[in-house]
Design a protein around this ligand. Structure first.
Ligand code: GLU
Length: 420
């Protein structure tokens, strides 16, 4: 594939997005400068005993980007491509995500450079517990609350919660979110990123007069966000899912298929590829299919200046963080593709994390309909605020979302002032 011309350093992209919105807002240059830098970064190198007896040294990070609006919040990613600039970008995006959803958190992110696919469960557990212990000096329910991200899940969160609780001598359930239900998790958290993205898609479809019933959908990535998104948009809104993919490739069928059956197939065989009645396609081809709705739900930098001109979808609902470069945004905007930006589209995950944390602190738990209804309210309010800004400032939805978010963070600074 030809290389795009832009830099694919995610933190440079995040800074460019801040610059773009900051200029449109006429933000004071000193505040703009402050918002372009993380507050605190912890780098840790730590040993883990592997199953064969040798000791491997892993590198991990926790970046606390901004806490003007509340405690730091954001997931932990296990991936071979984790780098400090990626974690910085993800922590920065969490700041804007929490602000645009209007939940009382700042932004943070963590990551370990590792390949969890090649590790046994016990190696993964020892790595997770040691990393939790290393970052325990800066996390806690009142200061920084991690959650799952790429290749981490409820089991990972359980080990972190248990490790911190062992150190304290009592159970600290509010130290992480995305936990299983029996240890203080919230109903609906597992599907919340996707459910929120489906509510956002519904709002976008209303504005663009697209009927979701029968609308065709392609989803890149079939992890937590992508697989639930495909299921919910089909089961609850009658859309037709025609393509999905994972790291091994994608599948396409003009007639559509049931994402629940594809998930069962993936659980059995390890991939969506080969699902009966579908044609094999690549991840790149999936993005360019003639569909109504595209959801990039995998990794960063999937839509660049190189392939953006060939995107045919009417709506792109970003379940992934950072899938579109700023250069690609300009092309999609010019071509009339309505992008629901990541910090809005996938904000349902951290919103239900917030609900989980509130329930843990109160020791009082909600029903699934209560969670879903509150999530819907938060999503619709956030979507409306961004849509209004998009119309007022005549700019794309990402710039609008950044403007809403940056305004809210700036407001917090205005009240708090600069210490000392
Ligand atoms: N990792 C998720 C995200 O990128 C969830 C973060 C959270 O729940 O704190 O939004």
């Amino acid at each position: 594939m030809p290389k795009p011309k832009e830099s694919l350093n995610p933190f440079e992209e995040a800074q460019e997005q801040i610059d773009r919105a900051g200029k449109k807002l006429n933000l004071a240059p000193d505040l703009l400068e402050l918002l372009k830098h993380p507050k605190r970064e912890l780098h840790v190198n730590f040993p883990v005993k592997m199953d064969d007896g040798h000791v491997k040294v892993f590198t991990g990070y926790r970046v606390q980007y901004n806490d003007a609006r509340g405690p730091f919040k954001g997931g932990i990613r296990y991936h071979w491509n984790v780098s400090i600039d990626e974690v910085r970008a993800l922590a920065c995006w969490m700041t804007w995500k929490c602000a645009v959803m209007d939940i009382p958190y700042g932004g943070a992110k963590g990551g370990i450079i590792c390949n969890p696919k090649e590790m046994s469960k016990s190696e993964n557990e020892r790595m997770t517990r040691r990393y939790a212990s290393e970052i325990s000096i800066i996390i806690g329910p009142e200061k920084d609350i991690p959650a799952p991200d790429v290749y981490t899940d409820g089991q990972t969160m359980s080990w972190i919660m248990d490790t911190i609780s062992m150190q304290k001598g009592y159970t600290v359930s509010g130290v992480v979110t995305g936990k299983p239900i029996p240890i203080g998790g919230s109903l609906g958290r597992d599907e919340a990123t996707a459910r929120g993205a489906v509510y956002a898609t519904r709002e976008a479809a209303k504005r663009t007069k697209l009927n979701l019933k029968g609308a065709t959908v392609a989803v890149q990535g079939f992890g937590n966000a992508g697989s639930h998104y495909a299921r919910l948009i089909q089961d609850e809104y009658g859309a037709k899912v025609v393509a999905v993919s994972d790291s091994k490739g994608g599948i396409y069928s003009e007639k559509g298929f049931d994402p629940k059956q594809v998930l069962a197939y993936k659980e059995k065989t390890g991939s969506v590829v080969g699902f009966p009645g579908t044609k094999k396609i690549t991840n790149e081809e999936l993005l360019e299919l003639p569909v109504d709705i595209l959801s990039p739900a995998a990794m960063e930098n999937q839509i660049t200046s190189e392939n953006a001109p060939r995107i045919k979808a009417k709506i792109s609902a970003e379940c992934a963080n950072g899938p579109t470069t700023p250069e690609a945004d300009d092309i999609l905007y010019k071509n009339g593709v309505l992008v629901i930006p990541d910090i809005l589209a996938n904000g349902g995950g951290v919103t239900v994390s917030y609900f989980e944390w509130v329930q843990d602190l109160a020791n009082f738990f909600w029903t699934k309909p209560e969670v879903d209804q509150k999530l819907e309210g938060v999503m619709v309010r956030a979507f409306d605020a961004v849509w209004k800004m998009h119309e007022e400032k005549k700019c794309d939805m990402r710039q609008a979302a950044y403007m809403v978010a940056i305004n809210r963070v700036a407001e917090a600074y205005k009240w708090r002032g600069i210490y000392p």
